[in-house]
Design a protein around this ligand. Structure first.
Ligand SMILES: Cc1ncc(COP(=O)(O)O)c(C=O)c1O
Length: 400
């Protein structure tokens, strides 16, 4: 049932890591400078929840709240805006070091890009971010969504002026369909996952997500606190987690927080890859039926998988109940803490930490993760209530 808590974990052997060149500081700075030039940019809030930390028996609990990102209720526009800037910059011969939003709004440039059509498959958030970015730049977007997509997610993308179609396929097959349509029509596929022969644009999307990682570290430092000791990152195809972990590991190296990759048990391709422990990614098929719609992806981004494989400490497969726990905990804060509206795919990290610290049945796992009174935990609430009907049902559901 939706409230059932089940948690599986695997802690693979350490491998010799390859540091992600693409996510080095100079590139991260270029991405950030570009994002700052996009109208409406503002760093999202990082909440420190001291009362929850005290209640759980850890030192600090930080939640970076992406629900206010560009007014789109999720972090995904960071990837789409940067990818479009790189695609258009390349087309126009504009060097990456000089990408600035205002450049694309010059009349002579606008005319050159207005016929561009960008295509993608999405569970909701990436497509909304892409449609928004395309509209801001005066281009068009065509978006495909998997079977079972809720109406409000489709409508939110249509509001950004994109053409949207819900398919009868799961997420991964919808990605293949979008790739075929792009090829047939000579349109540009902007997909947030990679495969052999399609790597450049997804790698730009990953770079785009580093802005939220960079903001998080600056915000923690500005609070006068020490570096986080634990990072909990949820994964669909793994691009978001790879961006954040890649950023932290390049910058902090051995002081990088212990990082755990969290997935829905219904789409736990990273967990299955880690369990197989031969270094290669694994695929999970079927309906991928989970309330964590943003994490309902069965095929890892191979580039992201390498970073997660090489630098994370463990992989955790979570039942839907873990996300429910996180949504309820963040919506009903301890007196003195802020409340956070966190959707299904955003709340699984806080939900997991809450389960580990409050339920004695997870005490071995808690110990293995070294979660103690000295721990400073950082989670990313990557979406707000992107399915508002389900959100209301869940937060007004049964008490913990
Ligand atoms: C809200 C939310 N969180 C996390 C993710 C996971 O990102 P990725 O697919 O890059 O692993 C997604 C992906 O769509 C998402 O929408």
């Amino acid at each position: 049932m939706m409230n059932d808590i089940s948690i599986k974990s695997v802690f693979p052997e350490k491998r010799s890591p390859i540091y992600p060149e693409d996510l080095k500081q100079q590139r991260v700075n270029q991405v950030r400078t570009f994002h700052e030039s996009v109208p409406g940019y503002a760093a999202t809030s990082l909440h420190s929840l001291p009362e929850l930390a005290r209640h759980l028996g850890i030192k600090n609990f930080y939640v970076k709240d992406e629900s206010s990102r560009f007014g789109l209720n999720a972090f995904k526009s960071l990837g789409a805006t940067w990818a479009l800037a790189r695609i258009l910059g390349e087309k126009l011969g504009q060097p990456v070091s000089r990408l600035d939003f205002s450049f694309f709004k010059r009349p002579e440039i606008k005319e050159k890009i207005q016929e561009m059509v960008f295509v993608s498959a999405t569970d909701g958030n990436h497509g909304r971010g892409l449609a928004w970015a395309a509209a801001k730049l005066g281009c068009r977007a065509v978006i495909f969504m998997p079977a079972g997509t809720v109406k409000s997610r489709k409508e939110n993308i249509e509001k950004e002026g994109a053409k949207v179609q819900i398919t009868d396929k799961n997420y991964d097959d919808t990605v293949r369909l979008a790739a075929g349509v792009a090829k047939e029509n000579g349109w540009t596929l902007v997909q947030d996952t990679a495969w052999e022969g399609y790597e450049k644009i997804p790698s730009w999307i990953v770079q785009g997500y580093t802005t939220m990682a960079a903001e998080s570290l600056e915000q923690i430092i500005s609070l006068g606190d020490t570096l986080p000791t634990h990072l909990f990152l949820q994964a669909g195809v793994g691009s978001m987690a790879a961006a954040v972990l890649g950023y932290y590991v390049n910058l902090l190296d051995r002081s990088c927080p212990s990082t755990f990759i969290l997935e829905s048990a219904r789409a736990d391709c990273m967990y299955q890859s880690a369990l197989a422990d031969d270094g290669r990614p694994r695929v999970v098929g079927g309906e991928l039926n989970t309330i964590m719609a943003g994490l309902a992806c069965g095929e890892p981004n191979p580039f992201a998988w390498q970073i997660l494989r090489d630098f994370s400490r463990g992989f955790i497969s979570c039942s839907d109940g873990v996300a429910v726990r996180g949504m309820q905990v963040l919506a009903n804060p301890m007196p003195g803490d802020n409340s956070i509206v966190s959707g299904e795919s955003g709340a699984v990290g806080p939900g997991l930490v809450h389960c580990l610290m409050t339920d004695p049945k997870f005490s071995d796992l808690k110990e293995k993760m070294n979660l103690t009174l000295d721990s400073s935990v950082l989670c990313f609430s990557t979406e707000g209530d992107t399915d508002p009907v389900n959100y209301q049902k869940i937060i007004h559901g049964s008490k913990l």
